[in-house]
Design a protein around this ligand. Structure first.
Ligand code: ZN
Ligand code: ZN
Ligand code: FE
Length: 760
């Protein structure tokens, strides 16, 4: 039966070196009775398989499911080969510069083997909070240069004891070449300190920290990528105190629970969400709350979701083993400053917030926040992509010149490219203060060093005043390319889906500078990487007070009412207008009429704000997008009604907001509930944009639609529009690898800049 044998070459890209991948391939090939060979290459591993077609298929099916825990397979490409008649399967010598392009692993959760040892009273690492091995532990946050070796990490100051060294040197040991290998004798130690930084006298700092948490105290805990501020999530006073001291009045706080069972007590967990919770990245997963839980209401007010994660360091496990329902574990910073990582820095900056500090002496070299994901419209959607995912690259369709993309302003990330890999940084944050600017620069330098990338092109936003733009413009001897914000959003979505375009791109967010100098945000573009045309947009309205209108949605409500009703806007019988009083409304009307500090905007995010304010939901927000989020949260899913809509003109089409606003006002005046109005508003947008895409298909012949921008964090809109567009026969592109918000923007800037420089 030898003629039944076939042969294939597989090229596997991803994190597949230094993680026990070749031995795994060897064992898997033997298991399926396959012959051939495997070798490391510059971009991954290459293998030849010979055997029966069915065995080869099973081998390929097994790859993602049985791979070593730290291996990250990004792409498997398969080409038929001539059968050579291999007599066995073997591991052969690396080809080319195998180590240069080796990818660095992200930080991942402590593995089951290490946990079992940590809980085994006779093990030499019993109760040791820094236990790790080749399959688990810190990586990205402890490295400051390549090659990845202990002297290039923050473990350099800990000299391994003879027992640890013996493990490190033994190829058969789970800790062979595990750079952070350590034990209680030779490795990092944990200390509990008071608010003044003085060590507390205790035999068991972790148990004592747990005691204090149970008393309702706020404990700053040094973790993997930075400090958390922790409180007992069932202790309402403690949660309120934390909010007050942190100046974080309304944003939801993340929770950590000891087990899936604990999580199920407070939230609904679908199978796909369970997979995300237990994945080695251990992200914060958005989960629908249960009613009447023990969790304090102030943890996630006016929100139907909790953000929950499982423990990911040994220290977390030891702390939660004590038996909390859940701990609040929120990034330790004052609002919008970067998360604290350094002990001295933490005592200084968190002194007024935390009552106690659980610290250790393994330095964090690069901060990395917890990642946030949700399951929506059939896929995992990153909302904040950081710890556990970075620095895994996004694999691109084509080779690119080395580009540095600097992102925009809010939720910022940067991106560096190398060949077909795009490395999007961890979450840097909102670039509105000096501390975040410093962190931005540190991250750029750090990534350039550990990825060995010397960019030839720098990309930035069109907005000249963003810190990231100024940084890009000040770089010398390197071409700087400004990329329009909404084009970058769509390009990011195309890039992660490996599509060239053209596409119809729905680019919906709060703010981005347009090519005409107005503020865009409700844009329908026909785009490829090189260029775009604005095919449609929301009819612009003024933003009275400019950025003040972002913090105060009632201003957008007045602007939209003015557009829809003119002079009569002020005398409409709307409760929110009555509670405002005449004066502020008249001031806004006058500002708009005289065109004082009232830039025009076509933003869909701002339309959400206006509708939220008109329905009486809220006139002020504590964070960007809050009103829109709350409008979605109250939506009555059973309501199927919608409002009339139309657009005018062609090239570009202007989408009228007037009939939508008029219909919302009519409903409010009739006493229709905000739940119903919210649903009708969402339904209207779904119908409108589906119909508009069909119109554009008929005029352009393009049948592919890309969805991007922060507005698509709205679950209802994403699910509804995806279903409608698919039913209309469109090929749909959405974000699954980088955030749809501005956290994914740097990727789009990078691919547009690369296309711009390579076209000439
Ligand atoms: Zn381990
Ligand atoms: Zn040791
Ligand atoms: Fe944006």
């Amino acid at each position: 039966m030898t003629d039944a044998r076939t042969a294939y070459r597989l090229e596997i890209n991803g994190i597949v070196q230094g993680v026990g991948f070749r031995p795994f391939i060897y064992q898997l090939a033997n298991h399926h009775g396959l012959m051939g060979e495997v070798a490391n290459t510059a971009t991954g591993v290459s293998l030849v398989l010979e055997g029966l077609e069915t065995d080869i298929r099973q081998f390929i099916d097994d790859l993602p499911n049985k791979k070593p825990p730290l291996a990250h397979i990004v792409e498997v490409s398969e080409t038929p080969e001539a059968v050579k008649g291999f007599a066995a399967f073997s591991i052969v010598k690396s080809r080319g510069s195998a180590t240069r392009a080796t990818l660095i692993s992200p930080d991942v959760m402590v593995c089951e083997d290490c946990l079992a040892e940590m809980r085994d009273p006779v093990d030499r690492r019993f109760g040791y909070p820094f236990i790790n091995c080749t399959n688990c532990g810190p990586r990205y946050t402890i490295i400051d240069d390549i090659p990845y070796d202990r002297p290039k990490t923050s473990m350099r100051r800990f000299r391994m004891c003879p027992m640890c060294q013996a493990e490190y040197d033994d190829p058969d040991n789970r800790r062979f070449h595990a750079q952070p290998n350590a034990c209680a004798v030779c490795g990092p130690q944990v200390t509990l300190c008071d608010a003044g930084g003085k060590a507390v006298d205790t035999d068991d700092p972790i148990a004592e920290a747990a005691n204090r948490l149970r008393q309702g105290r706020i404990v700053a805990i040094k973790g993997l990528g930075g400090f958390h501020l922790a409180v007992d999530a069932t202790h309402a006073d403690a949660v309120s105190r934390l909010r007050r001291r942190k100046h974080r009045e309304e944003k939801p706080l993340a929770l950590m629970c000891s087990s899936l069972d604990r999580i199920r007590e407070i939230a609904r967990v679908q199978t796909a969400e369970e997979r995300l919770l237990v994945s080695i990245q251990r992200p914060i997963v958005l989960l629908e709350k249960r009613d009447h839980t023990a969790i304090a209401d102030s943890v996630s007010p006016r929100n139907r979701y909790f953000g929950i994660m499982l423990p990911y360091t040994p220290l977390h496990h030891l702390l939660l083993d004590v038996g909390f329902v859940a701990l609040v574990m929120t990034s330790a910073n004052l609002s919008e400053e970067p998360i604290a990582i350094d002990n001295a820095e933490a005592f200084g900056r968190l002194g007024g917030i935390a009552d106690d500090f659980l610290v250790h002496d393994r330095d964090i070299l690069l901060r990395s926040d917890d990642s946030i994901v949700r399951h929506s419209a059939g896929h995992m959607r990153p909302i904040r992509r950081s710890r556990g995912y970075v620095p895994v690259p996004v694999f691109l369709k084509d080779d690119m010149p080395p580009v540095l993309a600097c992102g925009a302003e809010l939720k910022n990330t940067v991106c560096l490219t190398r060949g077909r890999q795009a490395f999007v940084s961890q979450h840097i944050g909102d670039m509105e203060n000096r501390a975040t600017d410093d962190f931005f620069r540190l991250t750029v330098d750090h990534l350039k060093r550990i990825l060995d990338i010397d960019p030839q092109v720098v990309a930035c936003d069109l907005h000249p005043d963003y810190m990231s733009t100024r940084y890009a413009r000040e770089l010398r001897g390197i071409a700087c390319i400004a990329v329009q914000h909404h084009h970058a959003h769509i390009a990011a979505c195309m890039a992660e889906n490996k599509v060239d375009g053209p596409v119809i791109g729905l680019s919906f967010d709060g703010t981005g500078l347009g090519t005409d100098g107005t503020v865009w945000g409700g844009e329908v573009l026909v785009a490829d990487y090189h260029t775009f045309t604005r095919a449609a947009h929301l009819a612009p309205v003024p933003m009275p007070g400019s950025t003040a209108a972002i913090k105060e949605p009632w201003r957008m409500a007045v602007a939209h009412l003015n557009a829809a009703f003119g002079e009569e806007a002020g005398s409409l019988r709307l409760p929110f207008l009555r509670s405002l009083g005449r004066q502020p409304v008249e001031t806004m009307m006058a500002m708009m009429e005289k065109q004082i500090n009232s830039p025009l905007t076509s933003s869909l995010g701002r339309l959400f704000d206006a509708v939220a304010a008109i329905t009486g939901l809220r006139g002020q927000v504590a964070f960007e997008g809050q009103a829109a989020m709350e409008l979605e949260m109250i939506l009555d899913a059973a309501e199927s009604g919608s409002y009339d809509f139309f657009w005018e003109g062609d090239g570009p089409c202007r989408i009228a907001t007037v009939p939508i606003i008029q219909a919302v006002v009519r409903d409010v005046e009739r006493g229709v509930s905000p739940h119903t109005i919210s649903a009708r508003f969402h339904n209207t947008l779904i119908l409108l944009f589906d119909q508009l895409c069909r119109h554009l298909r008929s005029t352009t012949g393009i049948d592919r639609v890309a969805l991007s921008g922060g507005v698509f964090q709205n679950h209802r809109l994403l699910v509804g529009l995806a279903a409608a567009l698919k039913a209309s026969g469109f090929d749909l592109l959405t974000h699954r690898l980088v955030p749809t918000n501005d956290g994914g923007l740097s990727l789009g800037q990078a691919v547009v800049a690369a296309a711009t420089v390579t076209e000439s």
